[in-house]
Design a protein around this ligand. Sequence first.
Ligand code: XMP
Length: 304
Amino acid sequence: MVNVEEFVKKAIEEIKREVGDGKAIIALSGGVDSSVCAVLAYKAIGDRLIPVFVDTGLMREGEPERVKEVFGHMNLVFIDARDEFFKALKGVTDPEEKRKIVGELFVRIFEKVAEEKGAEYLIQGTIYPDIIESQGGIKSHHNVGGFPTKYKFKKVIEPLRELYKDEVREIARYLGLPEEISERMPFPGPGLAVRVVGEVTPEKVEIVRKATKIVEEELKDVPKWQAFAALIGKATGVKGDVRVYGYIIAVRAVESRDGMTADPLRLDYEKLRRIALRITNEIPEVVRVVYDVTPKPPATIEYE
Ligand code: XMP
């Protein structure tokens, strides 16, 4: 385990040294990695840090608002790009294509801000497992080693590149970040787009968002790596004596150290029943709820 105090001191020094009297930009996601980076960078260079939050419309409930609350005192640039993302994803069903579209649009929006603000340095919350998975070609993490951008940053700074997730959380606690950030579950870069199997629409994303909130509420006190909902297709159901063709929600809850392998939680059956009941009662479009018992490998944690 890393020596937290020493790490923080060194990271701040590194950012100060690298950025000098220049300006640095960082993309905030609301997650623990980018949040820790932003706090370290703010301590190092203050208002010469430009944190950017792009609301893709693919975030979990309340996330954009929380980012505003926590980072509002910095030079935060907040961009509402929801319509743009949904437009770009319309009709696309291939998982890697979806990831690519979200990644590229994000980069384009981010580049524009970097250019407008004249930022010379890019700070990123890349952690060690991101680098490993990216090298193994397991999944295209669009954030490793800098954005595939035409914008010429002088340098990409990745202060967390040698840390595992649990170590980043320790740093977050030490830095006094709120618990909802330091203990926040990992959330994929392409957001809820990879938790909707097939075409992404605002309606489906809204359904997954509501189901995710229910899963998180019900499993709040259960130790886990991640717990979430995914919309995996359609099926027949009966609601109010009428046969309806509605959505299938899969509940995924896993333990893991670093996301590279994962085991499904052996959840209490009554808990599962309650989750299924709540989701089908509170979200009229959902007719069926299933629990995913597949470890990683062979499944991944996310659905796409
Ligand atoms: P998979 O689905 O590959 O996910 O088993 C492993 C862990 O990584 C997260 N994940 C991502 N994180 N950008 C990220 O920053 C991404 O594109 C991405 N895709 C998956 C996932 O939530 C899990 O914790």
